[in-house]
Design a binder for this molecule. Structure first.
Ligand SMILES: Nc1ncnc2c1ncn2[C@@H]1O[C@H](COP(=O)(O)OP(=O)(O)OP(=O)(O)O)[C@@H](O)[C@H]1O
Length: 205
C-alpha cells in the first residue's frame, strides 16, 4: 500500500514546525527522514500516524493502515516477553507470535520479565510488535536507538521482509540501515516564524 501526504503543515506545542511537506512512497518502498535535531521528524511521523491533527494538508491512507513505533517501547515491566507479544497479538487479531520472536532473536528471552531486559533487548521486543499489527505501513522513530550492530541487522531484515510483502516504511533515522531507501531532507520544509515573532522567540523555535 502506498502512503504519502500533500502540502502538509505540522505543529508542535502550538507552533508550526514544518510546512508544505509533500511526498509519496510506493508499496514496497522505504523513505528515510533526515534532518537535524528538532527539525520535526517526530512531529511529522506523529501527524502521519494521526496522533495529532495536521495544521493543513492531507495524509493518505488513514491511520488505521499504519503502525507507529515511537521512542518509547511501550513495554510493561511485569509481563514476560511471550505475554507481551501475546497481548499485542490479541489486540491486533494475530495468532502466531513465533515469527516475531524469531525475527528479533527473542526466543531465548521468551520467559523473561520485560522489566529485566536490557535497553537493547527491550527495544527488540518493542519493534517485534510491528510484525503482529498486520498494518501495511510502518512509521518508525529512531528505531535503532540502543541496538547493537547485530540487532540493527535483524531489524533491517524485518523491514526488508515487510517491504517484500508489499508493505511500506517511513523511518526517522540517522543510521544507514543498508536498505534501498529514498531520502527526504526536512530542512527545506522548516516553517518560517510567523510575522511578529521576535528574534528572541526565533532562537528557541
Ligand atoms: N511539547 C512540545 N512543546 C513545544 N515544542 C515542542 C514540543 N515537543 C517538541 N517541540 C519542538 O518541536 C520541534 C520539532 O521537534 P521534533 O521532536 O519533531 O524534532 P525531531 O526532528 O524529531 O528531533 P530529534 O532529531 O532531536 O529527535 C523542536 O523544535 C522541538 O523543540
Amino acid at each position: 500500500m502506498d502512503v504519502g501526504c500533500t502540502n502538509l503543515s505540522c505543529q508542535r506545542g502550538g507552533i508550526t514546525v514544518l510546512d508544505g511537506v509533500s511526498f509519496r512512497v510506493p508499496a514496497g518502498g522505504v523513505l528515510a527522514l533526515r534532518g537535524p535535531n528538532g527539525i520535526g521528524k517526530t512531529t511529522l511521523l506523529r501527524t502521519l500516524a494521526g496522533l495529532q491533527p495536521a495544521a493543513s494538508g492531507e495524509v493518505t491512507p488513514s491511520p488505521r493502515d499504519m503502525a507507529y513505533a515511537s521512542h518509547a517501547d511501550g513495554v510493561k515491566a511485569a509481563l514476560s516477553v511471550t505475554e507481551t507479544l501475546e497481548f499485542w497479538a490479541r489486540i491486533h487479531g494475530s495468532t502466531d507470535i513465533a515469527p516475531a520472536l524469531a525475527a528479533f532473536d527473542l526466543e531465548r528471552l521468551a520467559e523473561r520479565r520485560a522489566g529485566t531486559l536490557s535497553a537493547g533487548q527491550r527495544r527488540r521486543l518493542g519493534l517485534a510488535r510491528l510484525m503482529l499489527t498486520g498494518r501495511e505501513i510502518w512509521l518508525l522513530d529512531e528505531p535503532t536507538v540502543s541496538l547493537d550492530a547485530a540487532s540493527v541487522a535483524l531489524f533491517a531484515g524485518a523491514v526488508q521482509h515487510h517491504l517484500s510483502e508489499g508493505g511500506t516504511a517511513i523511518i526517522a533515522t540517522h543510521v544507514d540501515l543498508g536498505l534501498d531507501a529514498a531520502m527526504l531532507d526536512l530542512a527545506p520544509f522548516r516553517a518560517r516564524p510567523s510575522a511578529g515573532t521576535s528574534e528572541f522567540d526565533e532562537a528557541f523555535l
